[in-house]
Design a protein around this ligand. Sequence first.
Ligand code: T4K
Length: 372
Amino acid sequence: MDNKTLVTRPSIPTLDEYVEEIHDIWDSRWLTNMGEKHERLRGLLRDYLSVSHIDLLTNGHMSLELALQALKLSGEVITTPFTFASTTHAIVRNNLTPVFCDIDPTDFTIDTARIEDLITDQTSAIMPVHVYGNVCDVEEIQRIARKYGLKVIYDAAHAFGVRYGGKGIGSFGDVSCFSFHATKVFNTIEGGAACYDDEDFGLELYRLKNFGIRGPERVDGVGANAKMNEFCAAMGICNLRHIDDEIAKRGVIVERYRSHLADVGGIQLNPVQEGVTPNYAYFPIVVDERAFGASRNEIFDELQRNGVMARKYFYPITSSYDCYHGRFNSNLTPVALHVSKRVLTLPLYADIRLKEVDRICDIICGLRRMCY
Ligand code: T4K
């Protein structure tokens, strides 16, 4: 495993910086349940993300799952299948029905032109995904939601630090849920957050992440346990000190990839979106076999043979998972199906060496030459 290049590698502070940060936990013996680190990180993130309210949770998935529960939704939720398991599972685990909308072929987010056709009298919400950190068409989604009285829950797992039109991406919709998993641009080892405006929603979410407890002698909700502990919060406090540097370094890597691959026929790159401050979370390529001369799977295999562990994020689409067998028709989202069969996410993390990026691109382009 040692000399392999993985799709990502978490950024972490120096051991000294982390030890310094967790020192006072030894004195206080306050390990979890919304302690001092939790509250400090919450305030820091509220400012960094430019959101009015934020709560911290054990992971991105529980943010999504409990956000849906706190909104007290019923019936159908319009979403996309071109995402990680978590998005769809969060809907299903709330006894809601996902209704899959196709994606835009250039930025892979929900195709807003198709949403209204999917709305029925059962629809209660839209759950779009800022996939790879690409910003959804938030204005059009808001217009549709307002017209039909729907809630909007953004899966912003990939979008930490992204800004749109000068606003923090977490400030759109009724709720935006971030993931702070080890593999993300900003990590708290495991962790997540939900950002929102409505304080009543915030109280409900807080109760749901803490067993439904309202007071010392009163439990009036069937809650879960999804509290971020002090060690995870301490990791977040450390990592947040370096986040601008982290994103800047990723930007350099992305530019290097672009310099090699931008003009290669048959390879589609992630778009540069107007008005968006990106976070460079992922580097997906979409391979058109006929134009490029080799398939996505051939590139994947060749990279593996050379110790490069690229990943097929996101293949298969969630609507065709085994656990949903016979339940959804994945042919109803042909663009998502098409992209998922051709997409490959290349290694991207702050301290990957530029020489390694060059080597990865040489392997890819070499395959093209070999096939011609
Ligand atoms: N919504 C969306 C759209 C998401 O993408 C995700 C998570 C969620 C919601 C839910 O958020 P969380 O509940 O996870 O906070 C990984 C991550 O586990 C997952 O967080 C992420 N999306 C997904 C896209 O990627 P896997 O199954 O691919 O993880 P794994 O273990 O194969 O790790 C990927 C690579 O990262 C490995 O090749 C090695 C490297 N790695 C991983 C870990 C855990 C490290 O170098 N160190 C590590 O500690 O899902």
